[in-house]
Design a protein around this ligand. Structure first.
Ligand SMILES: C[S@@+](CC[C@H](N)C(=O)[O-])C[C@H]1O[C@@H](n2cnc3c(N)ncnc32)[C@H](O)[C@@H]1O
Length: 306
């Protein structure tokens, strides 16, 4: 494509003219961060400057701390174009983690794809609850993660529990591939297997710990969700009109796969404690621990048979 510098808008009108010393320089890192920040602020995004810095850092391959140190570093035309493109995606409410294709969870870096949920910080409470059981479960503990997505729950548990091993199940083949790749890259591949499946269907093993963050949003709530959630796969989010569909299938499927001393840990939606507890009781299980989030709302249940 023909390069026409005169027709290109400078990235930042305040950039000094002498910085455009060749056809490829359109602005600076500092100007790009400021421009994206003001666009994101105008669009009422939650963390405009942080998002701007991450996107500019991604394009220029600089850590956030170096962005501060090099505000006058010139951008090439390709970098400026890439920054504009990523800025437009964020303005269309695509989450930064989706744009970058990876997300930090439990201090580990997980790759995402179009079939995986973007892991949420709330889900770290499932990992903490699992690791709190370390001394009470037999060694080596055998862990099952139902609806594994990126594999984030199982991989985080195995990362901090050197003797544990586990299986992650998901009905989406591309999620299984992502989880396998994440486990290998994060150094737990030899202790984790990932399989395509429908909850525990076809499984014959017995597990000391079964963990799950299943889909739990009601179809009725679809129109009231933040636009960013629309970038997650629907199959990872919705579970029938009341959001309880996955628990209704998963709990009776999981119980026979649990060892006598085993525990089932389920993430739940903020209003679902009583309804999920009733489903656990109906399956012959008892809630032992209620795990709150930082605002005190119960977001995970630890249950045992009996
Ligand atoms: C809320 S996402 C959780 C993903 C991941 N564990 C996390 O916390 O980020 C739910 C996952 O369950 C999977 N899933 C939905 N129905 C399933 C089923 N019947 N059997 C197995 N996996 C299922 C979805 O594909 C999705 O990956």
């Amino acid at each position: 494509m023909e390069h026409k510098p005169d027709e290109q808008k400078p990235l930042d009108a305040c950039g000094p003219a002498d910085r455009k010393h060749d056809d490829f320089v359109l602005g600076t890192i500092g100007a790009a961060v400021n421009e994206l920040t003001s666009q994101f602020t105008a669009a009422a995004l939650d963390t405009p400057r942080l998002d701007a810095r991450i996107l500019v850092g991604h394009v220029t391959d600089l850590q956030p701390s170096l962005l501060f140190a090099r505000p006058d570093q010139a951008l090439s035309a390709a970098e400026a174009t890439a920054i504009r493109t990523l800025g437009a995606r964020r303005l269309a409410r695509e989450p930064v983690s989706r744009i970058l294709g990876h997300r930090e969870f439990w201090g580990l870096d997980f790759e995402l794809n179009e079939a995986t949920l973007d892991p949420r910080p709330d889900t770290e409470s499932v990992v903490s609850a699992a690791l709190a059981l370390k001394d009470r479960l037999p060694e080596p503990a055998h862990v099952l993660d139902l609806g594994t997505g990126t594999g984030c729950i199982l991989i985080a548990i195995l990362s901090d529990w050197a003797t544990a091993r586990g299986i992650g199940i998901d009905r989406e083949p591309r999620a299984v591939q992502a989880a396998q790749a994440n486990a290998a890259r994060l150094g737990v591949g030899s202790r984790a297997q990932f399989r395509e499946g429908n909850w525990c269907e076809g499984l014959v093993d017995i597990f000391d710990l079964i963990v799950s963050n299943p889909p739990y949003i009601g179809e009725d709530e679809a129109n009231s969700l933040a636009p960013e959630i629309g970038f997650d796969p629907r199959a990872a989010l919705f579970a029938g009109a009341d959001g309880l569909g996955a628990y209704k299938a998963l709990i009776p499927s999981a119980k026979p796969r649990l060892s006598t001393a085993g525990r089932l840990i389920l993430e739940i939606g903020v209003t679902q404690e009583n309804a999920v507890e009733a489903l656990l009781n109906k399956a012959g299980m008892t809630v032992e621990v209620r795990v709150p989030d930082l605002s005190g709302r119960v977001r995970a249940l630890v249950a045992r048979s009996g």
